[in-house]
Ligand binder design. Structure first.
Ligand code: NAI
Length: 252
């Protein structure tokens, strides 16, 4: 069977959980070797084992993607283990549900480091390794394209990801590297439950609110992964610098 990522080597950050896990599994099913990078060592190893169980190639790397040395290790692992690098999915992220008054300086800095600095650092070290071209997908959010309540650091961080993506696309097009963002609406992952917890909201009420969009439901990790797969592969050969919204019509 042939897959759309046959022969490709990929990195998925935040691959232990949610959208990253679903995408890592999908990349592997489509033929890519996958470096699963996550600060959660147990979860990263579990995803790598799941990939091996479905017959794919994978290695788990424990990494804090806000730290430059860890980003270097992730890229070096891809090259030394699988012989190159073609696809980078910058997906690791955290959220702090609070307004300016309720957000500490430390929380602001951490959200910006994990959501924004990580994308800069991973690209800084991955682009030189993409010697035969490649595709980078960064996870933005609907809240990178519009504002949202009680999420000031998150909204700022995701808008930065969306525009950094455009800057990267311009800078590296000549090297055959496409760079796009995928912008999910509310997607049923552990992060969504974490948001309800931070806001002290009942989960069923929070989930119902998340479903309040034209399609009447929140998304699944697999539905976001399918959009990432499109951007990652040759089906998107003329797509760069774009912000693909996957949100059941929420932003519409
Ligand atoms: P998740 O919480 O299920 O997964 C996030 C993963 O990132 C976890 O495995 C976590 O350990 C990892 N991570 C956190 N900090 C890290 C660090 N410093 N270094 C390495 N790994 C780290 O969340 P989900 O929902 O799968 O989120 C994935 C991305 O999608 C995030 O960037 C998030 O902001 C974005 N997103 C999610 C939406 C949702 O409704 N779930 C909506 C829009 C965007």
């Amino acid at each position: 069977m042939t897959g759309s990522l046959d022969g490709k080597v990929s990195i998925v950050t935040g691959g232990a959980s949610g959208i990253g896990r679903a995408t890592a599994l999908m990349f592997a099913r489509e033929g890519a070797a996958v470096v699963v990078a996550d600060i959660d060592a147990t979860g990263a190893a579990r995803t790598a084992e799941e990939i091996a169980a479905q017959g794919g190639r994978s290695i788990a790397v424990t990494a804090d993607v806000s730290a430059e040395a860890d980003c270097v290790t992730v890229v070096e692992t891809a090259v030394s283990t699988f012989g190159g690098l073609h696809v980078l999915f910058n997906n690791a992220g955290i959220i702090r549900r609070a307004d300016a008054i309720g957000t500490s300086v430390e929380e602001w800095d951490r959200v910006m480091a994990v959501n924004v600095r990580s994308v800069f650092l991973m690209c800084k070290h991955a682009v030189p390794a993409m010697t035969s071209g490649g595709s980078i997908v960064n996870t933005g959010s609907g809240w990178g394209l519009k504002g949202g309540g009680n999420a000031i650091s998150y909204c700022a961080s995701k808008a930065a990801v969306v525009n950094m993506t455009r800057a990267l696309a311009i800078d590296h097009a000549a090297a055959g590297i496409r760079v796009n963002s995928v912008n999910p609406g509310d997607t049923d992952t552990p992060m969504l439950r974490e948001e309800a917890r931070q806001l002290a909201e009942d989960w069923s009420a929070f989930a119902a609110d998340a479903a309040d969009r034209p399609m009447g439901r929140s998304g699944t990790p697999d539905e976001i992964a399918k959009a990432v797969l499109f951007l990652a592969g040759d089906a998107a050969s003329y797509v760069t610098g774009t912000a693909l919204v996957v949100d059941g019509g929420g932003l519409a």
